[in-house]
Design a protein around this ligand. Structure first.
Ligand SMILES: Cc1cc2nc3c(=O)[nH]c(=O)nc-3n(C[C@H](O)[C@H](O)[C@H](O)COP(=O)(O)OP(=O)(O)OC[C@H]3O[C@@H](n4cnc5c(N)ncnc54)[C@H](O)[C@@H]3O)c2cc1C
Length: 361
């Protein structure tokens, strides 16, 4: 079999997880350096149709490991179904999203095969004569560690979702598709997914949040953050903020965003009293629509925003809350409606020349 780099292409509700596409694209770059092909592995039931998307993001081959019993995630099931294929592939490197699923089954496989497994990976590269080099976040994101394995036969790397982002698909690419139908012993499944609960924006990991309301030093204190929390609840967003807000104890430490905090990619990012320091902006580069409220018209975040609102957040927030509560009573507001409410809540609102919220709505 040709040498390859393997990617676990996780799916959610029948669609490829963006984190899986990030792994395929990262794998493509590494595979080009090694001169090997990228083999994406799907596990589930009737997943082969997703091969076109995987090819468009860089896969050369797609193996769909299919069985009705694999329609819902089971760590035992994934191990049973994927281990033989992976043994045969014997990839130089295996990439998977750093997700709850991967963390449930891949460490067991790595332990069985006595291979290194690395979590919280930020990027993967190749040094010297083709040795895997991995940069990962440590100490809660405050430090980065560089690891190189000159002697390992294979390394499992779990990539942090949202760090890399997903590039537009290349529709002219195609992949060789193989469907495998393994024998699975259902009695040996000790875990099964009974049902998947919808994520709660209040508790969801910020890196997975679709909407974020973010507070900075300009929020003025815990009372300001409480108002922002109310706003977050109304628009179904997660609450985040700047490192300054977290350092002051207005926000939990795992809720600050930026190069040393969480990297986020929501469809809507609403920043209140956030100046837009480089370290903070580094964490929001893949956001869809950015709405920023700041009383200083020279604040860097306003240049980055799709809708820049110049004004005192303490005056704007109550008006905005009233408008959005009225909208919420009539149903879930979309991004454009929220942005419109922000515009009408403040007289001095300026939409960016290319208002990206049109795409994100
Ligand atoms: C090594 C290092 C790593 C760092 N990592 C991160 C990181 O990961 N994430 C991060 O966020 N920061 C990080 N920082 C800190 C970063 O440099 C900034 O200091 C921080 O992001 C600023 O936070 P802020 O915007 O809340 O506060 P400030 O910069 O003080 O900005 C407050 C803003 O609020 C506005 N404002 C004030 N009052 C009002 C009002 N009433 N209405 C509207 N607007 C108002 C002000 O005009 C101002 O623009 C890091 C710093 C270092 C040195």
């Amino acid at each position: 079999m040709e040498k390859s780099l393997a990617v676990i292409a996780e799916t959610f509700e029948g669609a490829l997880a963006p984190a899986a596409l990030e792994c395929v694209e990262e794998g493509r770059e590494v595979a080009d350096r090694l001169g090997v092909r990228v083999c994406a592995l799907l596990c589930g039931d009737r997943t082969a149709a997703l091969a076109t998307t995987l090819a468009a993001h860089g896969a050369d081959a797609v193996m769909a490991v299919e069985h009705p019993a694999l329609a819902q995630f089971s760590a035992d099931g994934w191990l049973q179904a994927l281990a033989p294929t992976l043994r045969e592939l014997h990839p130089a490197l295996l990439l998977a999203p750093d997700s709850g699923q991967s963390r449930a089954w891949l460490p067991r496989l790595a332990a069985r095969w006595r291979l290194p497994l690395v979590g919280c990976c930020l990027r993967v590269g190749i040094v010297g004569d083709g040795y895997p080099e991995i940069v990962r976040a440590t100490h809660g994101g405050a430090c980065q560690e560089r690891l190189v394995w000159p002697y390992a036969t294979s390394v499992f790397a779990l990539l942090t979702p949202g760090v890399r982002g997903v590039n537009p698909p290349q529709r002219n690419r195609s992949a060789e598709v193989t469907v495998l139908r393994p024998q699975v012993d259902l009695d040996a499944f000790r875990d099964r997914t009974a049902r998947v609960l919808a994520s709660d924006p209040r508790t969801v990991d910020l890196s997975e949040a679709e909407r974020i309301v973010s507070g900075g030093f300009g929020a003025g204190g815990p009372e300001g953050m409480t108002l922002l929390k109310r706003l977050a609840d109304v628009v179904g967003a997660a609450l985040g903020g700047t490192r300054v807000a977290a350092d002051r104890g207005w926000l939990a430490n795992d809720r600050f965003i930026g190069s040393t905090g969480k990297i986020v990619a929501p469809k809507l990012y609403m920043a209140f009293g956030v100046s837009g320091a480089g370290q903070h902006l580094a964490g929001i580069t893949d956001s869809g629509c950015i709405v920023a409220v700041n009383n200083d018209r020279t604040a860097p975040i306003l240049k980055r925003a799709d809708l820049a609102v110049v004004g005192d957040l303490h005056q704007i927030l109550p008006i905005l809350l009233d408008k959005l509560e009225a909208l919420a009573a009539a149903g879930d507001a979309n991004t454009a409606e929220i942005a419109l409410a922000a515009t009408s809540a403040a007289p001095d609102a300026v939409a960016a020349p290319v208002p990206r919220f049109k795409e994100a709505s």
